[in-house]
Design a protein around this ligand. Structure first.
Ligand SMILES: [Zn+2]
Length: 287
């Protein structure tokens, strides 16, 4: 990982390269961990460019309201349905909605804003096309085994090799393996990676079925569904996961479920469109 100064410079260059509006740049900051902070929602063009930058193995470019895949497929960025309820953002998001909520990588763990769930809106056809639909057997040939915490845990986990996710999770694993032993109870045994199932309490497919998510140890996890809302219907944020662990994941393009109003603090998933860090800038000409 580079110095914080280089991280900040890198992030700024990314913002300029992606053509983010002045308004968005004006409200963006570089957080303590060195990762960019995005203020959404972004323009259709900015969303398209961000996706193309995040998924270069699959996407060729942006054409108006369309992202163009390398195989010639086109997908609409904005479905034209206007503003959506929180439920509609989760149930029927378009590509634009995936960046509806800002993801504050590198910021301290603090209670997310009411109903702010950056990363929980997932346009399923987009993920199915890259990672396969596990309910149709589409992911099996893309899964590989990695060793979780190679000196401490040596636990075997199944993840996808698509988009280099397996290599990136191995890089996270090496960083976590090097942390002091006080972090161990948070990290292993990992509670799971690949699992073809719906999200608990819904019929929507979980990203665990794409092989891009990992749940770290259950022992210190907090999950909004394990609590009761207060009299006003609001859920109180709870978290015990140390910032060092979150930083290791975010540096490789994984977002953290602890930044969701509907928090799931043991959950991390590969969503580079929401996060841009030095780890992904080094050794490339993109930043
Ligand atoms: Zn999970």
């Amino acid at each position: 990982m580079g110095s914080r100064r280089s991280l900040a410079r890198c992030a700024g260059n990314v913002a300029i390269r992606l053509g983010l509006s002045i308004a968005v740049l004006g409200s963006a900051t570089v957080a303590g961990g060195g990762a960019r902070v995005f203020a959404g929602p972004l323009s259709v063009d900015a969303v398209g460019r961000r996706l193309v930058a995040a998924y270069p193995d699959f996407l060729a470019g942006v054409d108006g309201n369309w992202i163009v895949w390398k195989d010639g497929t086109r997908m609409a960025i904005d479905d034209g349905l206007g503003s959506k309820s929180h439920m509609a953002l989760l149930e029927t998001p378009d590509l634009e909605d995936m960046l509806h909520w800002p993801y504050r990588a590198g910021s301290p763990a603090e209670p997310p804003a009411f109903q702010s769930d950056p990363g929980r809106a997932r346009h399923q056809p987009f993920f199915d096309k890259m990672y396969g639909d596990c309910t149709k057997g589409g992911t099996a040939d893309k899964l590989v085994e990695i060793v979780w915490l190679p000196t401490k845990a040596r636990q075997r986990l199944l993840v996808t090799r698509v988009n280099g996710v397996a290599q990136r999770l191995e890089a996270v694993s090496r960083k976590l393996d090097a942390l002091p032993t006080k972090f161990d109870p948070y990290l292993f045994p990992a509670a799971g990676t690949y699992n073809c199932r719906p999200i608990a309490g819904t019929t929507r497919p979980s990203v665990h079925g794409a092989g891009i998510a990992v749940d770290i140890a259950l022992k210190h996890a907090h999950y909004w569904r394990w609590t009761k809302p207060d009299a006003g219907g609001r859920y109180a944020f709870r978290n015990s996961i140390p910032a060092e662990i979150v930083a290791a994941f975010e540096s490789e393009g994984f977002i953290w479920g602890g930044r969701w109003y509907h928090y799931d603090t043991m959950h991390f998933e590969y969503r580079p469109e929401l996060i841009e860090t030095a780890g992904r800038c080094e050794g490339t000409t993109k930043c």
